[in-house]
Design a protein around this ligand. Structure first.
Ligand SMILES: NC(=O)c1ccc[n+]([C@@H]2O[C@H](COP(=O)([O-])OP(=O)(O)OC[C@H]3O[C@@H](n4cnc5c(N)ncnc54)[C@H](O)[C@@H]3O)[C@@H](O)[C@H]2O)c1
Length: 252
């Protein structure tokens, strides 16, 4: 890494207890940021702190559910009310459930976590960024934001929806100095497999067929590097972008 581009900056990272969110915390702290990370999984956050080692004092790690507005507010308060950067990373899969089989509980939870919580977290940081006249928001969407073949219906709808939110923020708040961009990973070696195991076998089989051209799965830090770049001044002319980081899967 070696860069100090986040020196003196504060960032919030959701999903900080596993996978891409954890890699983002480690990378941003390594680049000089003070980070407030949050996750449902307290044990996962403790592992993130261990990975940070000597740098762990730079991270405040809070356990809670980002679908809870009170928790969202407490995360922003822990960051001091105003942050330079927000990384919306937390998300869950939907077991590849097709529309005809989807139950309301699964639909509601996936939309709550992947879309509504992103809206709440983003809404909570906008006033501070407006006052500062600057801020960067990076939201992790998915290859499933662009098509129907890599997940079930709830995940696809949530990840398509999140692109609308990302572009809305870019358009409405760009003039206030706030940038909003999306990173769209392909397959990444993380803990998300727990909510990806298919309940309907053929749905997953079709998705895997389309991955025939892929090489190895990406490591979480390969996505964190894109998040870090989009959150830094090095991408200062980039707003409303949809950045695929899928090893070329979508070009097949
Ligand atoms: N891994 C992949 O192949 C892949 C591909 C495309 C997109 N993504 C996206 O990347 C993001 C990160 O996923 P990951 O692969 O690192 O998965 P992961 O399961 O390793 O990490 C996600 C983290 O989010 C947390 N989380 C889930 N719901 C939460 C909630 N309500 N409140 C707080 N924390 C919550 C989980 O506890 C977990 O620690 C997600 O948005 C996911 O949709 C992942």
């Amino acid at each position: 890494m070696g860069s100090a581009r986040y020196e003196g900056r504060t960032a919030i990272v959701t999903g900080a207890g596993s996978g891409i969110g954890r890699a983002t915390v480690v990378r941003l702290v390594g680049e000089g940021a003070r980070v407030v990370g949050c996750d449902l999984n307290g044990d996962g956050l403790a592992e993130t702190a261990v990975m940070l080692g000597d740098l762990s004092p730079a991270a405040t790690l809070l356990s809670g559910d980002i679908t809870d507005q009170g928790f969202v507010d407490s995360v922003v308060a822990a960051a001091g009310g105003t942050v330079d950067m927000l990384a919306n990373v937390a998300g869950i899969m939907d077991h590849f459930v097709p529309l005809g089989d989807v139950e309301d509980a699964l639909w509601d939870r996936v939309l709550d976590v992947n879309l509504t919580a992103v809206m709440r977290m983003t809404r909570a940081v906008i006033p501070g960024m407006q006052a500062a006249g600057a801020g960067a928001i990076v939201t992790v969407a998915s290859k499933a934001s662009l098509g129907g073949g890599s997940s079930g219906v709830a995940y696809a709808a949530s990840k398509h929806g999140v692109l609308g939110l990302v572009r809305h923020v870019a358009y409405f708040y760009g003039p206030a100095g706030i940038r909003s961009n999306a990173v769209l990973p392909g397959p990444v070696e993380t803990g998300i497999g727990a909510s990806a195991a298919p309940t309907v076998g053929w749905a997953m089989e079709r998705a895997v067929l389309s991955m025939a051209t892929m090489g190895a799965m990406a490591a979480p830090d390969q996505i964190a590097s894109a998040i870090s770049w989009l959150g830094s001044d090095e991408s200062m002319n980039v707003n409303g972008a949809v950045l695929l980081s899928d090893g070329g899967w979508s070009s097949a």
